[in-house]
Design a protein around this ligand. Structure first.
Ligand code: UD1
Length: 372
């Protein structure tokens, strides 16, 4: 029996890597790894394969950027050809990016079973392209693998049959736990002239934050304020880099030497940075979870989150995009009143093993069919 994994964008790689590895280690199922090429820069893609010890993709589609329709449609056209050739018994998709929904749509029309890893998360904000991707992918998936009990509850409320829902835990935390010690050996902090706990980390890339110049300049002004107190390291996503230039906001940055823009980082380098930070400010979904797992206070610069467990149990606080509120909450965190948290259930480094076991059970794996 054969599992076909689809990855495409940066946040997919650290989720698929441990699943691929767990399945390979158990030796019961054949696997094909397909990279759509939604993200294609060395710093957005290749470095993750190296850092995560993930084999090079068996198939690379080279889709690249475009409007939502163009990117999703091109991915679907190419994936259909791959599915026809590879004849997988199960298509495994992760997360909520355009490559995820494209894979689920094509597999469902071809009658191929679909597993969605990170199912059931909901921001209840349909203006987010990721929310549309999550809802449609979950509707089509046969196996819904959830990272937290709130995700199970969302799916049950939507009428999903409980037999399709499997609470496996957070697979991205598998990667974090196996990589942390190695990351902290890197000279990243020294190279940036930072000391542990002596800096903050910021990431911004969500369309609602960076495409609107008013929102983006407000966010930059709060970061500038915070950077007067401690260095703020800001690895800049390509989309954000483009928007800073298009909106003519680069001047604002020059006036704030403590706000340090750097290139996007590899997985290990970035983990070295976040795991020793005093505070994290972000609009990323994954980083809210990583902060919780690392016990580092996190301010989420959005109006909502699809990961409420990071607020209920973890170190995350959803603060919106008002610069005054952000600055106040950052001050509070920096004066030692940052949110404390605990590690959610099944964020224990064993999620990929649970997923591999489940795939074998569902597919009725027969090792004699194994083709590598
Ligand atoms: C995508 C995901 C988002 C995820 C994010 C992580 C969707 C709908 N969105 O957003 O959920 O949090 O990835 O990064 O799938 N670009 C490059 N080089 C690259 C990739 C992108 O320069 O390797 C630039 C291009 O100008 C492109 C823009 O970034 O147009 C946006 O890329 P795209 O893949 O459409 O979405 P992201 O904003 O990265």
């Amino acid at each position: 029996k054969k599992v076909l994994h689809i990855v495409g964008a940066r946040p997919n790689f650290m989720k698929a890597a441990p699943i691929h590895k767990a399945i390979a280690g158990r030796g019961q199922l054949a696997q094909v790894l397909v990279h759509t090429g939604q993200h294609y820069d060395v710093k957005m893609s290749d470095v993750f394969f190296t850092d995560l010890g993930m084999p090079a993709p068996d198939v690379y589609l080279g889709i690249g950027s475009g409007s939502h329709a163009e990117q999703t449609a091109r991915t679907m056209i190419e994936l259909e050809k791959v599915f026809l050739k590879e004849k997988p018994d199960l298509v495994s998709v992760v997360g909520d990016v355009n490559s995820t929904i494209a894979g689920a749509l094509v597999a469902s029309k071809m009658g191929i079973r679909i597993a969605h890893v990170e199912a059931g998360l909901r921001s209840f904000d349909m203006r987010m392209p990721e929310e549309v991707n999550r809802i449609v992918t979950d509707r089509l998936a046969d196996l819904l693998l959830t990272p937290s009990p709130d995700a199970d509850a969302n799916l049950l409320k939507e009428g999903v049959d409980p037999s399709r829902i499997h609470f496996v835990g957070n697979v991205m935390i598998d990667t974090l736990l196996t990589s942390k010690a190695r990351a902290e050996q890197l000279p990243t902090l020294k190279e940036l002239g930072l000391s542990p706990q002596g800096y903050a980390v910021c990431t911004l890339h969500r369309a609602s934050n960076v495409d609107d110049p008013k929102v983006l300049s407000g966010l930059l002004s709060s970061l500038a304020h915070i950077s007067a107190r401690l260095p703020v390291i800001f690895p800049v996503h390509p989309r954000t880099r483009k928007m800073l230039a298009d909106h003519g906001l680069s001047g604002m940055l020059e006036r704030s030497p403590g706000l340090r823009l750097v290139e996007p980082m590899g997985y290990l380098e970035f983990l070295a940075l976040t795991s020793q930070a005093r505070l994290i400010l972000t609009d990323s979904g994954g980083l809210q979870e990583e902060s919780t797992a690392l016990g580092v206070p996190c301010l989420t610069l959005r109006e909502n989150t699809e990961r409420p467990i990071t607020v209920e149990q973890g170190t995350n606080l959803v603060v919106g995009t008002d610069p005054v509120r952000i600055t106040e909450e950052a001050e509070r965190a920096l004066s030692g009143q940052g949110k404390q948290g605990r590690i959610p259930e099944k964020w224990d480094g064993r999620s990929a093993e649970r997923i591999a076991e489940l795939y074998e059970r569902v597919l009725g794996a027969d090792p004699s069919e194994l083709r590598v």
